[in-house]
Design a protein around this ligand. Structure first.
Ligand code: P6P
Length: 356
């Protein structure tokens, strides 16, 4: 695994001539060895904390970061790569597939499909999960993912993202769907990659939230924030207010209250970007029941649960409007849920109005 090169990123600084830091008028070269930590190294450090760890989990995260780098390149050149526009198919969600949805899905399926430690792969783009290795063939883990969430924003160069969650495989459950229909509290790890103005990889394994930024010069995700904690309060809400009339009354009361309290509104319409802002700056993200989506629009298993794991690990709260999101017992792979997540105090303000 790469790690040594990226960890010891050598950067040279030329002191401006005459800066007094060396012979005048001469470029004074000195090499600074930053103690940078790559994602691979970080995962190995985490693995070392568990002497019985087999390293299989580390390989899965390494594969996800490889797929993320490949997708990041394609997203950054999406028009040149012909990735914008309809694929001409409708996915299992009944949504028009963007070409990049298919490309990103294929990249992840290919990269993860070769990992021996994965038993089941589930994707937003695939009706049924892919069964790789079950039973005696091993395969300790299952991975669910949304390959390119918010892809409809690609044609306007808005941030989009990959969301993933890692679950334990139960070889005693023959049905792959039942195996992956686990409540969010059972996740082993979760994270996302935001392909935005920078490419960030955010992950939790249940020991805090850690953020990495892709350094193109070395081709590695480098640690930029360890054990990230979100503010407990922030007067910002994130919701598509066009649907307000269709929200249950409690949500409408909340919005009236927030307006009176001088809250700001920020809504990108790309979940990974909206949640990343909420995670870093605080605030609350809402996707309540609407007329079109009375059970909510966002998918429980591979959008709401991974984001909820991260938000809770960062000190926030995630509910479906009444119960903790990660306590919901899933019934289907593509099940949807209403969602309210973010800073603890801000979620409480919403619930106070929703509960009436
Ligand atoms: P709306 C993108 O299509 C997505 O699944 C999420 O990324 C985003 O949060 C949501 O839908 C936006 O939905 O109805 O506001 O356009």
């Amino acid at each position: 695994m790469d790690g040594s090169l990226a960890d010891q990123r050598m950067s040279t600084h030329n002191a401006p001539s005459g800066s007094g830091s060396g012979p005048s008028n001469a470029a004074h070269r000195h090499v600074v060895t930053d103690n940078l930590t790559s994602l691979q190294t970080f995962i190995l450090e985490e693995e070392a904390r568990f002497p019985n760890a087999s390293g299989e989990f580390s390989w899965i995260v390494s594969a996800i970061s490889l797929a993320a780098k490949m997708i990041a390149y394609k997203v950054r050149h999406v028009r040149l790569q012909g990735g914008v526009g309809q694929q001409g198919d409708v996915n299992v969600q009944g949504e028009e597939q963007i070409k990049m949805d298919v490309i990103a899905n294929e990249v992840i399926m290919r990269v993860l499909g070769s990992r021996k430690s994965i038993a089941v792969l589930g994707s937003e783009e695939e009706e049924q999960p892919a069964i790789l290795r079950r039973g005696s063939e091993g395969g300790k883990y299952c991975v669910l993912f949304d390959p390119l969430d918010g892809s409809s924003n690609l044609d306007t160069a808005v941030g989009v993202g990959t969301i993933f969650t890692i679950l334990r495989n139960d070889p005693h459950i023959p049905d792959a769907v039942k195996t992956v229909c686990q409540p969010g509290r059972q996740q082993v790890a979760a994270g996302y990659v935001l392909y935005g103005s920078s490419t960030v990889f955010v992950i939790t394994t249940g020991h805090g939230v850690h953020m990495f930024e892709l350094d193109m010069s070395v081709g590695s995700f480098l640690l930029v924030s360890r054990d990230l904690k979100m503010p407990r309060a922030k007067k910002v809400y994130s919701v598509n207010e066009a649907y307000t009339e269709g929200f249950p009354e409690g949500y409408q009361r909340y919005l009236k209250w927030a307006h009176a309290q001088g809250y700001s509104s920020r809504y990108i319409g790309s979940m990974v970007a909206d949640i990343h802002r909420t995670l870093v700056n605080g605030g609350v993200f809402l996707y309540p029941p609407t007329k079109k989506h009375p059970d909510g629009k966002l998918r429980l298993l591979y959008e709401a649960n991974p984001m909820s794991f991260l938000v809770e690990q960062a000190g926030g709260v995630s509910v479906n409007g009444s119960v903790r999101t990660m306590d919901i017992e899933p019934k289907a792979l593509h099940e949807r849920t209403p969602l309210v997540m973010g800073s603890a105090d801000e979620v409480e303000h919403v619930l106070r109005h929703v509960r009436g």
